[in-house]
Design a protein around this ligand. Structure first.
Ligand code: NAP
Length: 287
């Protein structure tokens, strides 16, 4: 579609935001489906967040995605929150509905749909490393998927504890435990889990390292890394070498995006087409 006076706008706000793959996957899908929309990336300094949200509303944007560091701060700028965004305490997608800014969180369903391509969450036990926004989404997704037990291991114990208490409140039937990220208790809790999820930035391109010692892993475990650049983090490589089944977070990125796409357009996109467009972009020598 050519951009014209009728073209409507969506996008992503973050700080920084230039690394985002979302414009590529959404614009490719808008073109494929012939939708008259454009997706942009807006670098919004935290001080400008209220002005950005109100400006987008005034300009008639359909909605927008929210990324680090605004996922929690944006909540106070919105008129309403969807149930899942309330439980997670963070928003990654906003839709303007009859003049109201409504906050959603599509990360939980995006992660759940992605991991369930390979392994069922029903009755499963999970160890989630981290207790920030991604960990919250994964934990809520796991509870909604019917997990029986969730262990939260975080560098700062208090953050794991407050997430544990929140999960206990929303999902009292799930056995939730928490621990700091080191020591024998953490090792034993991780070892006893069927699925291990890294929801920290450890392992991202340029950072390296693993969030837990990989000697803790056993071959029957399934290891999911929410990080997707590099495609195979040190955690995934060493877990694979130990015999574990592994998956990176690219599918989570695509599926949370697909859910936001549907919220804004009412049209279900093809997640496989969106995945191909981000894979092509990641393989491009210009990146
Ligand atoms: P966040 O809210 O800032 O939380 C970061 C978490 O990582 C906190 O629990 C923090 O622990 C922990 N952490 C940070 N550095 C650490 C280190 N060196 N060692 C151990 N723990 C460390 O960030 P977020 O939004 O949850 O994002 C975390 C990662 O998830 C991102 O980097 C991204 O790669 C990934 N993610 C992927 C997707 C996707 O679609 N695939 C979506 C969202 C996020 P403390 O509490 O102790 O500081």
């Amino acid at each position: 579609m050519e951009i014209s006076a009728h073209t409507r706008m969506v996008g992503i706000i973050g700080y920084p935001v230039r690394h985002s793959l979302s414009p590529i996957m959404h614009n490719a899908e808008f073109r494929r489906l012939g939708l008259d929309l454009v997706y942009l990336a807006w670098e919004v300094h935290p001080e400008s967040l209220p002005a950005a949200v109100h400006g987008l509303k005034a300009l008639g944007a359909v909605g927008f995605n929210v990324t680090v560091p605004h996922k929690q701060a944006v909540v106070t700028e919105l008129d309403e929150l969807h149930e899942q965004a309330k439980a997670i305490g963070a928003v990654n997608a906003v839709r303007f509905e009859n003049g109201k800014a409504v906050g959603y969180n599509t990360d939980a369903d995006g992660w759940r749909e992605d991991i369930e391509q390979e392994i069922s969450l029903r009755g499963a036990s999970l160890a989630i490393i981290g207790a920030g926004g991604a960990a919250r989404a994964v934990a809520v997704g796991a509870c909604l998927g019917g997990a029986a037990k969730i262990v939260l291991c975080n560098r700062r114990f208090e953050t794991a504890e407050s997430l544990g208490e929140l999960l206990h409140h929303f999902f009292p039937h799930v056995d939730v435990q928490w621990s700091s990220l080191c020591g024998d208790r953490c090792r034993e809790l991780v070892r006893a889990s069927q699925i291990v999820v890294n929801a920290t930035p450890v392992g991202m391109a340029g950072k390296g390292g693993t969030p837990i010692p990989t000697e803790w892993l056993t071959p029957e475990q399934y290891v999911y890394d929410t990080v997707y650049t590099p495609a195979e983090t040190q955690l995934l490589r060493e877990a694979r070498q130990r015999g574990c089944r592994v998956r990176n977070g690219l599918g989570m990125l695509v599926r949370q995006g697909a859910k936001a796409f549907e919220l804004w357009t009412g049209v279900a996109p093809d997640p496989d087409a969106m995945l191909r467009s981000v894979q092509n972009a990641l393989e491009s020598p210009r990146r």
